[in-house]
Design a protein around this ligand. Structure first.
Ligand SMILES: C[S@@+](CC[C@H](N)C(=O)[O-])C[C@H]1O[C@@H](n2cnc3c(N)ncnc32)[C@H](O)[C@@H]1O
Length: 246
């Protein structure tokens, strides 16, 4: 894991869940989609790889009673420290590629908005294929190649140049031997402008850590001008659900 990304999440850990604090509907909605797409059963061994604060592990656990602890893996101990210390979760401070290449067998693996941090995706995905039981499912959730977030223009351009394209992941999945399927999930976001601007100010996306304080300030000025007449921001959040079954 690159030092700057590690630093980014160590700093963000304190606020991460608060960003979504007013969006419990969103967490509930997406957790339900995750359960459906993973065909999650109460007896499944589930890994949440790059789980962060475990916000979606918690969302899943509130909708389905799992017999086994969810294994919550993340290299940021500060993000992991937000996971409740109880019998539902087993936190593990580890890099995803290392985890994927160590012994262990699991039924379902979730990677949500983490794959863009992995350089050697093939090594990760081959490792995870080996970790899955027969019929096991890997679900990677990532954002599409373009997004409609109300960000400043330069942030959107940089996003498009760095975001992995899910079609490249499909190719790796097929090469490895996964039975592959792509679903698209949409959620209509409505958020007070002030809250969203505050999230941007706090670099809620790691994308924003590519901009220095001055550039971010300039970006916020651009956003302030562009959305001057609005008090609420509405946009469509689209997710790619990439499914690989062994
Ligand atoms: C955008 S957050 C997503 C967290 C969580 N999956 C969610 O959707 O709320 C990205 C997470 O990936 C983690 N991460 C970054 N590099 C990683 C790596 N090499 N292996 C595993 N996790 C990593 C970060 O520490 C961070 O918690």
């Amino acid at each position: 894991m690159k030092y700057s990304i590690q630093e980014h999440y160590q700093k963000l850990a304190r606020q991460y869940d608060d960003f979504w604090g007013n969006s419990s509907d969103f967490i509930e909605f997406l957790s339900k989609k995750i359960i459906e797409n993973l065909q999650l059963k109460s007896t499944d061994n589930l890994v949440d790889l790059g789980c962060g604060t475990g916000i979606f592990s918690k969302g899943i656990a509130s909708q389905i009673k799992l017999e086994n602890k969810i294994i919550c893996v993340d290299p940021s101990d500060k993000m992991l420290s937000k996971i409740p210390k109880n019998s539902s979760y087993q936190p593990l401070v580890q890099d995803a590629v290392e985890f994927a290449n160590e012994p262990g067998k699991y039924d379902k693996i979730l990677i949500k908005e983490m794959i863009h941090h992995i350089d050697d995706k093939e090594r990760l995905l081959q490792g995870l294929f080996d970790r899955l039981n027969e019929q096991g499912i890997l679900l990677i959730i990532l954002l599409p190649p373009t997004i409609e977030y109300p960000l400043f223009q330069q942030a959107l351009s940089v996003y498009e140049s760095v975001q992995p394209n899910y079609n490249d992941l499909v190719n790796i999945f097929e090469k490895i031997g996964f039975k592959t399927k792509v679903n698209f999930v949409e959620y209509a976001v409505s958020i007070p402008k002030e809250n969203y601007f505050n999230m941007v100010k706090n670099r809620y996306m790691s994308l924003l850590s590519r901009f220095n304080d001055q550039e971010l300030k300039q970006g916020l000025i651009e956003m302030t001008e562009k959305y001057a007449s609005l008090s609420n921001l509405e946009f469509c959040d689209r997710f790619v659900f990439l499914l690989g079954q062994k």
